[in-house]
Design a protein around this ligand. Structure first.
Ligand code: C2E
Ligand code: MG
Ligand code: MG
Length: 562
């Protein structure tokens, strides 16, 4: 090597080291530029680096391979280094010279070694930084995490493009049930495949991040909103490559539309909107489970939090009361049963269940309330029997949330038995179910109760996605037909509601189910029940839900109906 080349080498080498001295922010082209100049000086025609995160990956040949200086013609290996880092990562560098190139001098070999070591330490540091970044911005399963979400928001905000996006907080619906149904491993595949569908519609600059469990955060382009929401509403997801089996997955989703001129301060600016909107979406028991953030959502969220905080204290202070609404024989007017309905009496104000039950149903708090109600009803029945009253069967509502409780049946039974209440006086009302898993649990619970002589009813039949076929599969005793089946205009016997009401009643009778119609408000409606041979009615025509003391006075009496 002559003096001029030595000088050149030194300059290039320093420049390359300079360029590499800024880990994370280096300019790759700059490094490669100096490296190829060095290679020319050292008569190297090709350089390859390999990186393996650990020895077993090296063994399996699963790593990264970089080749920035390349030559396709015949060449031979002239130098090779393998380095194992402290963290057991492995970097290998190989340099090649053209076949016809004369032997390299010891000085050239020494310099080559120097360059290669610099490159390898640079590669290993960068790769390790990458691995650290991977850990910092991704969770254990490889999904980008909430830090990635924040980083992306900040980036878009700096770029001034944030308003081109919407954000969403989504919670996969019934995912614990999906896991139970298809197994944990297949459940993971379902989640991954569902996420892939979402990732495909977030658009350029968008991202999907996992918050933990089955909660995800998304940033997606405004023009993709419809496709995004379609996936939220539910799509079939394949999980078994060997079969065509698919499972429906949907997500309760709160969406925040980022307005133009939105003032982004920190992650909180967006999360403050997403959390209440998501909460509202999860509370709705409807098929469409998407809620867009607005002021109302925040107010509702505040109310939710207030109720959740007050609930345990209210329960302890016995602020919840049982009101009884009579069930009446449509021919004789006699009280043949009652439904226990919950009322929260707070500072002399009666709070109706619609204001707190849906909120309690978002967690398992509702179970505490339902068992409390069941206990009170059992005690009342026991007392009425002891007082020699003419007692009727009382139905108690149980939220669907209970189906998550594997010991539900034993719980119900122990409350009834502890109070010494004869089983024939208790009926359990459950609403219909839409997913197969709940269906299976429902069947087990209903059959168990039936075996114990405790009757069960399907509440609000007609409100959900009920089918009589579904109902045939479970040994219910009573079908409670929702008021939505009851035509307001009874005279119009040709109306669709009238026809459906007739059919439901006759089919229920075929299956051997007892029927009761809820929400009977007028004499005409009562007449319709009689015409269709529905023997029992519940509704304001007779009485609203009554306080215990008022109801017990009516036990054994009849309403005048003609
Ligand atoms: P539900 O079980 O279907 O109860 C019947 C509802 O219809 C009651 O509303 C009752 O007051 C109302 N109703 C009765 N007759 C008429 C009528 O002629 N016209 C009209 N428009 N409405 C009538 P309430 O008491 O406000 O309860 C609403 C819902 O809250 C209940 O619907 C039930 O799903 C839930 N709920 C009430 N108490 C409990 C409870 O202790 N546990 C659970 N899990 N849910 C409860
Ligand atoms: Mg009910
Ligand atoms: Mg009902």
């Amino acid at each position: 090597m002559d003096e001029e080349k030595r000088q050149q080498f030194l300059e290039e080498y320093m420049k390359m080291n300079d360029a590499m001295a800024r880990p994370g922010m280096f300019d790759r082209n700059e490094v490669v530029f100096h490296l190829s100049n060095l290679c020319k000086l050292l008569r190297v025609c090709k350089g390859v680096t390999e990186f393996y995160i650990n020895p077993s990956m090296e063994k399996a040949g699963r790593g990264e391979r970089l080749c920035d200086v390349d030559y396709n013609g015949p060449c031979r290996i002239i130098h090779r280094i393998r380095i194992v880092t402290k963290s057991m990562a492995i970097v290998i560098g190989t340099l090649y010279a053209k076949e016809e190139e004369p032997e390299h001098s010891p000085e050239e070999m020494y310099k080559m070694d120097l360059v290669l070591r610099s490159i390898l330490s640079f590669v290993s540091m960068n790769r390790l930084l990458g691995a650290i970044e991977q850990m910092a911005f991704n969770d254990d399963t490889g999904y980008p995490n909430i830090r990635s979400f924040t980083r992306r928001l900040e980036k878009l905000n700096i770029e001034g493009t944030l308003h081109q996006f919407n954000t969403a907080l989504l919670n996969l619906r019934h995912f614990s049930l999906v896991n139970e149904d298809v197994g944990r491993q297949a459940g993971d595949i379902v989640m991954r495949n569902y996420c892939r569908m979402i990732e495909a519609v977030v658009g350029e600059g968008g991202i999907l991040c996992r918050m933990g469990g089955d909660n995800f955060l998304a940033i997606f382009r405004k023009e993709n909103t419809e496709s995004f929401l379609e996936i939220m509403r539910g799509i079939p997801i394949a999980y078994d490559p060997n079969s065509q089996r698919r499972i429906m997955v949907s997500a309760g989703t709160g969406v925040f539309v980022i307005p133009e001129g939105f003032e982004y301060v920190n992650q909180g600016s967006v999360m403050d909107k997403l959390i209440p909107a998501n909460r509202a979406a999860r509370m709705q028991d409807k098929e469409d489970l998407i809620v867009f953030y607005d002021e109302k959502v925040t107010k509702a969220f505040d109310k939710t939090k207030r109720i959740q905080m007050q609930f345990p204290i209210a329960l302890e202070k016995n602020e919840f009361h049982v009101f009884y609404q009579p069930k009446v024989n449509v021919y004789t007017g006699k009280i043949v049963g009652a439904e226990a309905l919950c009322r929260w009496i707070k500072d002399d104000r009666i709070i109706p269940p619609v204001e707190f039950i849906p909120i309690l149903e978002t967690t398992t708090e509702i179970c505490l309330l339902d068992f409390y109600m069941l206990d009170k009803v059992c005690k009342d029945i026991k007392r009425w029997l002891d007082e020699g009253r003419e007692v009727v069967k009382v139905s108690v509502n149980l939220s669907r949330k209970h189906l998550l409780d594997v010991d539900l049946f034993e719980h119900i039974l122990s409350i009834i038995n502890q109070n010494g209440t004869p089983h024939e006086y208790i009926e359990i009302e459950l609403t219909e179910t839409t997913t197969d898993v709940e269906f299976r649990d429902l069947k087990r619970v209903v059959a168990g109760l039936q075996h114990e002589g405790i009757s069960t009813s399907v509440d609000d039949f007609g409100m959900g996605y009920s089918s009589l076929n579904l109902i045939r599969e479970i040994p219910w005793n009573v079908l409670k037909i929702d008021k939505c089946f009851l035509p307001v205009d009874v005279k119009n016997t040709e109306s669709v509601t009238s026809m459906m009401y007739k059919h439901v009643l006759s089919m229920a009778k075929d299956i051997g189910l007892e029927c009761i119609t809820e929400g009977v408000e007028t004499r005409e409606q009562l007449e319709l029940l009689r015409e269709n041979e529905c023997n029992t009615a519940q509704g304001f025509l007779f009485d609203k839900p009554l306080p215990t003391a008022e109801f017990e006075k009516k036990l054994g009496t009849s309403y005048v109906i003609d």
